[in-house]
Design a protein around this ligand. Structure first.
Ligand SMILES: [Zn+2]
Length: 425
């Protein structure tokens, strides 16, 4: 009881003291005190980090269940922005600053059920009849008790323990302390692994750049861009298929395809994302200097660097583009798609680089860039263009021609795609 009191008063020092006491007496009585030890450890860790970081760490398992992010009538004085459950917590975000006085706690025993009830000063539009889920807890119900009171009720057949924290004066975290079924944690992780595949039902169109009469960039020892990008595309295809994605290729052999026809397939297949794969090139004067991985997404922005790369990748048939194609270019650019493409670029670039550096620490990060790439024009989905490296750089082109490096890059791209769909299902 001392411990719970400390918890409810948000007195961390007292919480820790009481946890230590519980552990000590528990040891003497030969009781199972593991849960308290775990709890104490968490506090010790939490001390060292900011509250936001704690939350981020806990969201690593994919059990997030968003209940609502809907906006609420701004007329209410105590507006709640969102309520959701993550792992063993219920998280309530307020629109305005709050204090401890916003929370009232009650314990009840109804027949065989134990209840922890939190009455929170606030108004949440989607409160009733919403049920939240935390593994190991029989039920959690949120409802608007009256106009300015949101009730969160935890119920189970054992005496459950819950606590709350206030984070940054805007977020309330209600946490279930010791879930009775000690196996529940491992079961939930297992479930996640079995049931969660980000690639399920996702359609990806891969576009290996150039082909046929168009070799793309040419490096030393007649290393061709069109060959490298095709190899990586094929590895990527097999990795993605293994992970449950539906994958289509714009070319499945060494064949010339017009730039403007490359997105046609993606639209026809209603792809979720479109990925065009290339290798960079630069004139002899700079060939020894320039190397590294870059990921581009389509935007009207025209930095010098993006202009140069775009000019190269836009290809030989760019002059054929009619004014209607150019109109399509402008029409295809809407803000949400640019944002999604940007996010996808970041995930791909990061993972590709990570994998590349496992083999070659000196791999250069060319970063994520935006530019006017015709090959991405008309794609009605988030789309990116990857430059795997410089085919003109003596050492990088050598690496690009090895199976080991091609596979590493392909796996990195696949991981980036997974990561993107994890965050943007
Ligand atoms: Zn290219």
């Amino acid at each position: 009881m001392e411990y719970l009191k400390a918890v409810l008063n948000s007195d961390k020092n007292k919480e820790i003291t009481n946890l230590k006491k519980l552990i000590q007496t528990g040891k003497k009585l030969n009781k199972n005190i593991k849960k308290y030890e775990i709890e104490l450890n968490k506090y010790n860790k939490e001390k060292a980090t900011t509250p936001i970081k704690i939350i981020k760490r806990k969201t690593k398992t994919n059990t997030i269940k968003k209940v609502s992010k809907n906006k609420i009538t701004s007329s209410s004085k105590y507006t709640i922005e969102s309520v959701e459950s993550r792992n063993n917590m219920v998280i309530i975000d307020f629109k305005t600053k709050i204090s401890k006085s916003y929370v009232k706690f009650m314990e009840k025993k109804v027949n065989n059920a134990y209840q922890d009830i939190y009455d929170i000063k606030g108004n949440f539009k989607d409160a009733y009849p919403t049920k939240l889920k935390i593994n190991g807890v029989k039920q959690i119900v949120i409802k608007q008790e009256d106009k300015n009171t949101l009730r969160i009720l935890f119920e189970d057949n054992y005496n459950l323990k819950t606590i709350y924290f206030l984070v940054n004066d805007k977020r309330l975290i209600l946490k279930v302390l010791d879930i009775k079924n000690s196996n529940s944690k491992s079961t939930s992780t297992k479930n996640t692994k079995v049931t969660y595949r980000p690639g399920l039902n996702k359609v990806v169109v891969l576009d290996a750049g150039h082909g046929g009469k168009d070799p793309g960039g040419i490096g030393p020892r007649k290393r061709y861009e069109k060959i490298v990008v095709f190899k990586v595309t094929k590895y990527l295809e097999s990795y993605l298929k293994k992970r449950g994605y539906k994958v289509y290729l714009t070319r499945n052999k060494d064949k010339f395809i017009k730039v403007r026809n490359r997105t046609v397939l993606a639209n026809k297949k209603k792809a979720d994302i479109f990925i065009s794969i290339h290798a960079n090139a630069i004139g002899k004067a700079k060939a020894h200097k320039l190397k590294g991985i870059e990921t581009f997404f389509l935007s009207p922005a025209r930095s010098e660097r993006a202009k140069r790369v775009a000019a190269k990748e836009n290809g030989s048939d760019v002059r054929e583009m009619s004014s209607s194609t150019k109109r399509a270019f402008l029409e295809s650019l809407n803000r949400p798609r640019i944002t999604a493409s940007h996010k996808l670029s970041i995930d791909i670039q990061r993972n590709m680089l990570f994998n590349a550096r496992k083999l070659y620490k000196d791999t250069v990060d060319g970063g994520v860039r935006e530019g006017p790439f015709w090959v991405l024009v008309g794609a009605q989905m988030p789309s990116v263009l990857i430059e795997l490296g410089y085919i003109t750089h003596p050492e990088e082109s050598r690496r690009l021609y090895t199976k080991k490096y091609q596979k590493a890059l392909a796996e990195g791209i696949a991981n980036g795609i997974d990561s993107y769909f994890l965050k943007n299902p």
